[in-house]
Write a protein of this length. Structure first.
Lengths: 114, 116
Protein backbone atom coordinates (compact mmCIF):
# COMPACT_ATOMS: atom_id res chain seq x y z
CA UNK A 1 0.00 0.00 0.00
CA UNK A 2 1.94 3.03 -1.28
CA UNK A 3 -0.58 5.70 -0.21
CA UNK A 4 -0.18 8.89 -2.24
CA UNK A 5 2.69 9.03 -4.71
CA UNK A 6 3.93 12.02 -6.69
CA UNK A 7 6.31 12.37 -9.59
CA UNK A 8 8.70 13.97 -10.22
CA UNK A 9 10.33 14.84 -6.90
CA UNK A 10 12.23 17.78 -8.34
CA UNK A 11 11.93 19.78 -11.53
CA UNK A 12 13.42 22.94 -12.97
CA UNK A 13 11.45 24.72 -15.68
CA UNK A 14 12.18 27.70 -17.82
CA UNK A 15 9.67 30.53 -17.99
CA UNK A 16 6.91 29.67 -20.45
CA UNK A 17 7.45 25.92 -20.40
CA UNK A 18 4.69 23.50 -19.52
CA UNK A 19 4.65 20.40 -17.39
CA UNK A 20 2.37 17.97 -15.62
CA UNK A 21 2.79 16.93 -12.02
CA UNK A 22 1.55 13.40 -11.48
CA UNK A 23 -0.35 12.18 -8.43
CA UNK A 24 -1.67 8.69 -7.76
CA UNK A 25 -3.36 7.21 -4.72
CA UNK A 26 -4.11 3.56 -4.03
CA UNK A 27 -6.45 3.99 -1.07
CA UNK A 28 -9.63 4.21 -3.17
CA UNK A 29 -10.23 7.71 -1.88
CA UNK A 30 -12.92 9.80 -3.49
CA UNK A 31 -11.38 13.18 -2.79
CA UNK A 32 -8.08 14.43 -4.07
CA UNK A 33 -6.36 17.79 -3.64
CA UNK A 34 -3.45 19.85 -4.89
CA UNK A 35 -1.72 22.30 -2.58
CA UNK A 36 1.27 24.55 -2.94
CA UNK A 37 3.62 25.45 -0.11
CA UNK A 38 5.65 28.61 -0.36
CA UNK A 39 8.63 29.24 1.97
CA UNK A 40 7.53 30.10 5.50
CA UNK A 41 3.90 29.65 4.63
CA UNK A 42 1.28 27.04 5.20
CA UNK A 43 -0.34 25.11 2.39
CA UNK A 44 -2.76 26.74 0.01
CA UNK A 45 -5.33 24.78 -1.96
CA UNK A 46 -5.03 24.99 -5.75
CA UNK A 47 -7.69 22.53 -6.96
CA UNK A 48 -9.62 19.64 -5.59
CA UNK A 49 -11.71 16.79 -6.95
CA UNK A 50 -14.69 15.04 -5.39
CA UNK A 51 -14.53 12.09 -7.75
CA UNK A 52 -13.67 11.04 -11.27
CA UNK A 53 -14.76 13.69 -13.73
CA UNK A 54 -15.44 16.36 -11.10
CA UNK A 55 -13.00 19.09 -10.17
CA UNK A 56 -13.26 22.52 -8.59
CA UNK A 57 -11.06 25.52 -7.87
CA UNK A 58 -9.42 26.14 -4.55
CA UNK A 59 -7.87 29.30 -3.17
CA UNK A 60 -5.09 29.81 -5.77
CA UNK A 61 -6.10 28.16 -9.08
CA UNK A 62 -4.71 30.69 -11.56
CA UNK A 63 -2.06 29.28 -13.88
CA UNK A 64 -3.03 25.66 -13.24
CA UNK A 65 -5.36 23.05 -14.65
CA UNK A 66 -6.43 19.64 -13.45
CA UNK A 67 -8.31 16.63 -14.67
CA UNK A 68 -9.61 13.49 -12.97
CA UNK A 69 -10.32 10.69 -15.37
CA UNK A 70 -9.87 7.91 -12.82
CA UNK A 71 -10.29 7.55 -9.07
CA UNK A 72 -6.57 6.95 -8.65
CA UNK A 73 -5.01 9.78 -10.66
CA UNK A 74 -5.17 13.54 -10.31
CA UNK A 75 -2.57 15.30 -12.48
CA UNK A 76 -1.82 19.03 -12.17
CA UNK A 77 -0.90 20.91 -15.33
CA UNK A 78 1.14 24.10 -15.53
CA UNK A 79 0.68 25.58 -19.00
CA UNK A 80 3.00 28.61 -19.05
CA UNK A 81 5.35 28.41 -16.12
CA UNK A 82 6.12 31.64 -14.29
CA UNK A 83 8.64 32.35 -11.49
CA UNK A 84 5.69 32.88 -9.12
CA UNK A 85 4.93 29.18 -9.49
CA UNK A 86 8.21 28.20 -7.86
CA UNK A 87 6.98 26.22 -4.88
CA UNK A 88 6.60 22.79 -3.37
CA UNK A 89 3.48 21.04 -4.58
CA UNK A 90 1.65 18.49 -2.50
CA UNK A 91 -1.05 16.13 -3.58
CA UNK A 92 -3.42 14.72 -0.96
CA UNK A 93 -6.39 12.43 -0.79
CA UNK A 94 -9.20 11.61 1.61
CA UNK A 95 -12.11 9.22 1.66
CA UNK A 96 -14.69 11.95 2.15
CA UNK A 97 -14.83 15.69 2.55
CA UNK A 98 -16.20 16.14 6.04
CA UNK A 99 -14.11 17.16 8.99
CA UNK A 100 -13.69 13.58 10.11
CA UNK A 101 -11.93 12.68 6.91
CA UNK A 102 -8.19 13.02 7.30
CA UNK A 103 -6.22 14.11 4.29
CA UNK A 104 -3.13 12.05 3.54
CA UNK A 105 -0.32 13.71 1.66
CA UNK A 106 2.19 12.64 -0.95
CA UNK A 107 5.92 13.37 -0.60
CA UNK A 108 5.76 16.59 -2.63
CA UNK A 109 7.27 17.93 -5.85
CA UNK A 110 9.78 20.76 -5.60
CA UNK A 111 9.41 22.99 -8.67
CA UNK A 112 11.70 25.84 -9.62
CA UNK A 113 10.87 28.18 -12.50
CA UNK A 114 13.80 30.20 -13.83
CA UNK B 1 -13.77 32.85 7.63
CA UNK B 2 -11.61 30.28 9.31
CA UNK B 3 -8.06 31.11 10.34
CA UNK B 4 -5.20 29.34 12.07
CA UNK B 5 -2.38 31.20 13.78
CA UNK B 6 0.91 29.66 14.81
CA UNK B 7 2.68 32.60 16.35
CA UNK B 8 5.96 30.77 16.94
CA UNK B 9 7.94 30.79 13.72
CA UNK B 10 10.90 28.86 15.07
CA UNK B 11 11.74 27.19 18.36
CA UNK B 12 15.13 25.84 19.34
CA UNK B 13 15.57 23.44 22.25
CA UNK B 14 18.18 21.06 23.53
CA UNK B 15 17.45 17.36 23.54
CA UNK B 16 15.34 16.14 26.50
CA UNK B 17 13.70 19.52 27.00
CA UNK B 18 9.92 19.72 26.85
CA UNK B 19 8.49 22.03 24.21
CA UNK B 20 5.01 23.34 23.47
CA UNK B 21 3.87 24.48 20.05
CA UNK B 22 0.99 26.92 20.10
CA UNK B 23 -2.01 26.94 17.78
CA UNK B 24 -4.87 29.43 17.94
CA UNK B 25 -7.82 29.17 15.60
CA UNK B 26 -10.80 31.23 14.52
CA UNK B 27 -14.08 29.82 13.29
CA UNK B 28 -17.77 30.65 13.33
CA UNK B 29 -18.82 27.03 13.18
CA UNK B 30 -19.79 25.08 16.25
CA UNK B 31 -18.64 21.89 14.57
CA UNK B 32 -15.06 21.83 13.41
CA UNK B 33 -11.97 19.67 13.37
CA UNK B 34 -8.39 20.41 14.26
CA UNK B 35 -5.32 18.65 12.96
CA UNK B 36 -1.59 18.56 13.49
CA UNK B 37 0.82 17.54 10.75
CA UNK B 38 4.58 17.05 10.92
CA UNK B 39 6.91 17.93 8.06
CA UNK B 40 10.40 16.51 8.69
CA UNK B 41 13.43 17.72 6.70
CA UNK B 42 12.70 15.09 4.07
CA UNK B 43 9.65 17.16 3.13
CA UNK B 44 6.66 14.86 3.38
CA UNK B 45 3.63 15.76 5.49
CA UNK B 46 2.79 13.27 8.19
CA UNK B 47 -0.60 13.28 9.89
CA UNK B 48 -0.33 13.29 13.69
CA UNK B 49 -3.77 13.86 15.17
CA UNK B 50 -7.35 14.97 14.55
CA UNK B 51 -9.73 16.36 17.19
CA UNK B 52 -13.34 17.39 16.84
CA UNK B 53 -14.88 20.40 18.53
CA UNK B 54 -17.03 18.29 20.82
CA UNK B 55 -14.15 16.44 22.37
CA UNK B 56 -12.06 18.57 24.70
CA UNK B 57 -10.27 15.65 26.27
CA UNK B 58 -6.55 15.98 26.12
CA UNK B 59 -4.76 13.37 24.09
CA UNK B 60 -1.48 11.66 24.89
CA UNK B 61 0.47 9.47 22.53
CA UNK B 62 3.87 8.49 23.84
CA UNK B 63 5.92 11.67 24.17
CA UNK B 64 3.29 13.72 22.33
CA UNK B 65 0.31 15.37 23.98
CA UNK B 66 -2.32 17.79 22.80
CA UNK B 67 -4.27 20.31 24.86
CA UNK B 68 -7.55 21.45 23.29
CA UNK B 69 -9.26 24.41 24.97
CA UNK B 70 -12.36 25.84 23.32
CA UNK B 71 -12.48 28.71 25.81
CA UNK B 72 -9.24 30.10 24.39
CA UNK B 73 -9.62 28.63 20.87
CA UNK B 74 -6.34 26.85 21.24
CA UNK B 75 -5.03 23.43 20.30
CA UNK B 76 -1.48 23.26 21.63
CA UNK B 77 0.99 20.45 21.05
CA UNK B 78 3.59 19.41 23.61
CA UNK B 79 6.56 17.16 23.04
CA UNK B 80 8.02 15.76 26.23
CA UNK B 81 11.72 14.91 26.41
CA UNK B 82 12.36 16.12 22.89
CA UNK B 83 14.68 14.21 20.59
CA UNK B 84 16.70 15.22 17.55
CA UNK B 85 14.28 13.25 15.37
CA UNK B 86 11.51 15.63 16.45
CA UNK B 87 13.18 18.38 14.42
CA UNK B 88 10.60 19.33 11.82
CA UNK B 89 8.06 21.93 10.82
CA UNK B 90 4.75 21.35 12.56
CA UNK B 91 1.50 22.56 11.05
CA UNK B 92 -1.80 23.07 12.78
CA UNK B 93 -4.89 22.96 10.54
CA UNK B 94 -8.63 23.55 10.86
CA UNK B 95 -11.59 22.21 8.96
CA UNK B 96 -15.07 23.55 9.56
CA UNK B 97 -18.40 21.80 9.45
CA UNK B 98 -19.46 18.24 9.47
CA UNK B 99 -21.29 18.21 6.16
CA UNK B 100 -20.54 19.18 2.63
CA UNK B 101 -17.17 20.23 1.37
CA UNK B 102 -15.02 22.45 3.57
CA UNK B 103 -11.49 23.66 3.15
CA UNK B 104 -8.61 22.52 5.31
CA UNK B 105 -6.90 25.72 6.44
CA UNK B 106 -3.28 25.53 7.56
CA UNK B 107 -1.28 27.73 9.85
CA UNK B 108 2.13 28.92 8.65
CA UNK B 109 3.92 26.29 10.67
CA UNK B 110 6.43 26.25 13.52
CA UNK B 111 9.93 25.03 12.84
CA UNK B 112 11.27 23.02 15.77
CA UNK B 113 15.01 22.51 16.00
CA UNK B 114 16.20 20.01 18.57
CA UNK B 115 19.92 19.98 19.09
CA UNK B 116 21.89 17.19 20.79
Amino acid sequence: NAGVTQTPKFRILKIGQSMTLQCTQDMNHNYMYWYRQDPGMGLKLIYYSVGAGITDKGEVPNGYNVSRSTTEDFPLRLELAAPSQTSVYFCASSYGSTGTDTQYFGPGTRLTVL
Amino acid sequence: AQKVTQAQTEISVVEKEDVTLDCVYETRDTTYYLFWYKQPPSGELVFLIRRNSFDEQNEISGRYSWNFQKSTSSFNFTITASQVVDSAVYFCALRESDSGYSTLTFGKGTMLLVSP
